[in-house]
Design a protein around this ligand. Structure first.
Ligand SMILES: Cc1ncc(COP(=O)(O)O)c(C=O)c1O
Length: 431
């Protein structure tokens, strides 16, 4: 493993394809070799995986039925790149049936591409240029959205690019607001509505663990965008199919104009989609450029068709949602028994352990987590065969292959890790 990592450092920046993956090389390099179900095998050891590639793996790694569907498709072709295939139509029809805001569908390969196209479409539709995004929400890495995902405390509320290299001119096109703040949003719309092309958000921001949206907040976004003619975009890249096969929009009581979906749609195979109202989506190829050599590739589509079938057939979403509640309850019990100050946040099959205490309503209540403590805790859990997200702001996931057995293993490791670190160290940064 050290050898692979040393070679990686020579040819791959920081020895990983993404910044988050490079964080996993702490406390030691992590070199995975194979993954099945909820287990990932790395460094000659077995780990129970709660990262699950940051969300796509909802049925379990390397799912035999999904793999078989992909293998069958490979016999017929993986990329036609001309016209339209029946498989494309079938999966698009399925999404139109499932997602309340979907009247038309465009397939792409990543969440970043999907949010890019959603924003371009909203600009074309409204003839306006600015976008509103919320602090703590992530919508991919492109220049229009890579702002204020995890700003340092002193940059909260100010425009904060998450990357160097984003042209200054683009900073002026993005307005940042706190999540769950109806008044701030209403004020901005009252003053600047004629500039705002779209409002984009994760309806349940999981890029900072979990923020539960206030009902009134989502209703305010819907009402104001309708009044002023801006496009409302729900980025359901994490939530759709994982939390609800129809996306969370219906259960949250607000239907957006455009929805972006991906991740759990393909159970690990690359596929994502922009879905939305006919009136906006009809601009595609009619003034609005949407393209991509690999868009609508048959590997992603075959995986998506089979994944949707299994999610529905096996009631996966309900089962992992209930298991998520059990995890949160059990972990809270351990904290209480040990008298440790930390909070367990989450929604359905997503959860996060945060070393801080007050309730989470927006990014400002997340930025206070004790990151150093979290990293030491994650290292202890890893020693015990449990793989957690390395970043204190991020989240853990469950899949259909996690069970009561893994829950029991987790609870033991959790208690042991906290004890071995010494309870008194878990004082939140703010106190
Ligand atoms: C809510 C959300 N939107 C968009 C993206 C970007 O997706 P991708 O990494 O597939 O480009 C992510 C990725 O984590 C995400 O969580």
């Amino acid at each position: 493993m050290d050898d692979v990592y040393a070679r990686a450092l020579r040819v791959i920046p920081k020895g990983a394809q993404t910044g988050l993956r490079s964080e996993i090389h702490f406390p030691e390099p992590f070199v995975p070799e194979k993954a099945f179900g909820c287990k990932i095998y790395a460094n000659g050891r077995e780990f129970t995986d709660y990262i699950l590639a940051f969300g796509p793996i909802v049925l379990g790694h390397n799912h035999p039925e999904v793999n078989e569907a992909v293998r069958e498709q490979m016999e017929w072709g993986v990329l036609f790149g001309v016209g339209v295939s029946e498989l494309e139509v079938e999966v698009a029809e399925r999404l139109v049936d499932l997602i309340p805001s979907a009247e038309k569908v465009v397939f792409v390969n990543s969440g970043t591409e999907a949010t890019f196209h959603a924003i371009r479409l909203s600009r074309a539709y409204t003839g306006r240029e600015k976008i509103v995004k919320f602090e703590g929400c992530y919508h991919g890495w492109h220049d229009y959205v890579a702002f204020n995902v995890h700003p340092p405390e002193n940059m909260m509320g100010k425009i904060y690019p998450q990357s160097e290299g984003i042209p200054r001119a683009i900073w002026d096109l993005v307005r940042i607001l706190p999540f769950n703040d109806c008044e701030a949003f209403k004020e901005l719309m009252a003053e600047h509505h004629d500039e705002i092309a779209c409002v984009i958000l994760e309806p349940i921001p999981h890029s900072v663990g979990t923020i539960i949206p206030k009902k009134r907040f989502l209703k305010t976004l819907r009402r104001e965008t309708k009044t002023y003619g801006s496009v409302l975009i729900f980025d359901e890249i994490v939530t759709a199919f994982r939390h609800n096969i129809r996306g969370v929009q219906e259960e949250l009581g607000v239907i957006p104009d455009i929805t972006t979906v991906g991740k759990a749609l393909g159970n690990g195979y690359p596929i994502s989609a922009v879905v939305g109202r006919e009136e906006i989506m009809s601009l595609v190829h009619d003034g609005v450029l949407v393209s991509g050599t690999y868009s609508g590739n048959l590997i992603g589509l075959a995986a998506a068709k089979k994944t949707l079938e299994i999610l529905e057939r096996d009631g996966v979403t309900d089962r992992i949602s209930k298991l998520g509640e059990e995890y949160r309850r059990a972990l809270k019990d351990v904290l209480e028994d040990l008298g440790v100050t930390a909070r367990i946040v989450g929604y359905k099959s997503v959860f996060a352990i945060q070393f801080a205490e007050e309730d989470v309503v927006d990014y400002s209540s997340v930025v206070n987590v004790n990151g150093e403590m979290y990293r030491r805790f994650v290292a202890e859990m890893r020693r015990r065969g449990i793989l957690l997200t390395p970043n204190p702001m991020k989240r853990c996931h469950l899949c259909a292959m996690h069970s009561e057995e893994e829950l029991e293993e987790f609870v033991h490791a959790f208690g042991d890790s906290l004890k071995s670190l010494g309870l008194d160290i878990f004082t939140p940064k703010t106190s």
